[in-house]
Design a protein around this ligand. Sequence first.
Ligand code: CA
Ligand code: CA
Ligand code: CA
Length: 462
Amino acid sequence: MRGVILGLGLGLAWTGWAEAQTFGDGMELVEVQTGLSGVLAVRNAGDGSNRLFFVQQGGVVRWADANGTLQPTPFFDITSSSGNLGTCAVAGLTATSFGFSGASGERGLLGLAFHPDFGVGNQYFFVHFSDSRGDTLIARFTANGNSTNYASCRVVLRIDQDFSNHNGGDLAFGPDGYLYIGMGDGGSGGDPCNRGQTLSPSQLPGNDGTSGCAADSNFTSLASGNPDSRALLGKMLRLDIEAETTAANATGLCGKRTGGTGGDVVAFYAIPNPKGGPANPFAGADPQSACDETWDYGLRNPWRFSFDRSTGDLIIGDVGQGTTEEVDLEPAGNAGGRNYGWRVCEGPYVSGSGSTPCGLTGAVAPILWYAHSAGRCSITGGYRYRGPATFFQGTYVYSDYCTSELFLARETAPGVWASQLWENPGGGVAGFGEDEGGRVYVAAGSSVHRIQESILFADGFE
Ligand SMILES: [Ca+2]
Ligand SMILES: [Ca+2]
Ligand SMILES: [Ca+2]
């Protein structure tokens, strides 16, 4: 079980270690579910039920009970054959049918987040999926026991996607109680529409001839879709989903529906005001007239991200273009507004160079990065372990989708991270998750694995 020390990112100089320590010592990878399909996230409801939910890109969420027994009836199913996805409520408009893309390339059912008060104050959960036009839809549903009340569908946010790839897809509640949504740059390659560095709708390539970057009439003609939503691509968004926004208060909202009159509700969300923390960095009459929903920018495809349940830090795996994969860490309590560099930078380098320091003023460099070598091509961001194994505390587990390698990283000195290659479950690791006790799970194609204390180690035979 000894890992190979890899040349990954910072902290490669292992000086000062009396003897080689392997981060995975005492831990093992155990397959706990099989027979699934295209799993890209594992979630718990945080309600004491100890259920686990397995998000499948094809539009189904399977679940297992507290004993780990996989149940035959899905918790959630929006496949076309199910007929479950009807119309969704839209702020101020007639409920509308958006349809579902199905799993196609990077499209599909991409994320699930349970409300922080799920099972206590409400039964709400939120999903991120591609609609039948390939555009992003964030919707709220109400659970009904171990299944879903589909008629409860309510649109939180719609975003016009340019191309089929780089849809982002993850979403999670932060320790501040707000909903964070990871959005990719809209796709193609090299961010041709410059979405990552575009903060304001006034900077959007409109009908300027930039191929694929103009507003999409299939999107705007349906339920008053807002072409300004393209400025939300390449971002981390932060929303207050407890509130609504009326037209009179919607200045700066790039994801509101268009049209309507003064008093109408135009969005089933609001921009966070401080709950003992910072407001959104571009809220209100900021000089850039930037979209109020934006928390951070300069992201290429933040496919998977997580919050450290102990520290509250936000950790993002941002997928690279042709040379470099990266992990970004934002300390809890940060005021947001960070520029993570894309499309100018890829990892700490000038995009495409793989070696020339980027040097973009104000850009925040990743904590970890690795090159496209040995078949590695697309990072899958993971979790910091906060389960029962004290010796494994704070270890960040992540992967590369193309190799299924699992990497373990630790902060060995303030701001210095070291990363090691550990196990390889195969299957194409597309996501991770935690159970209610903080154990980390790996979503690997048709199976799910748990990272747990090794029995050998527990018996003292290490
Ligand atoms: Ca579109
Ligand atoms: Ca603004
Ligand atoms: Ca970056």
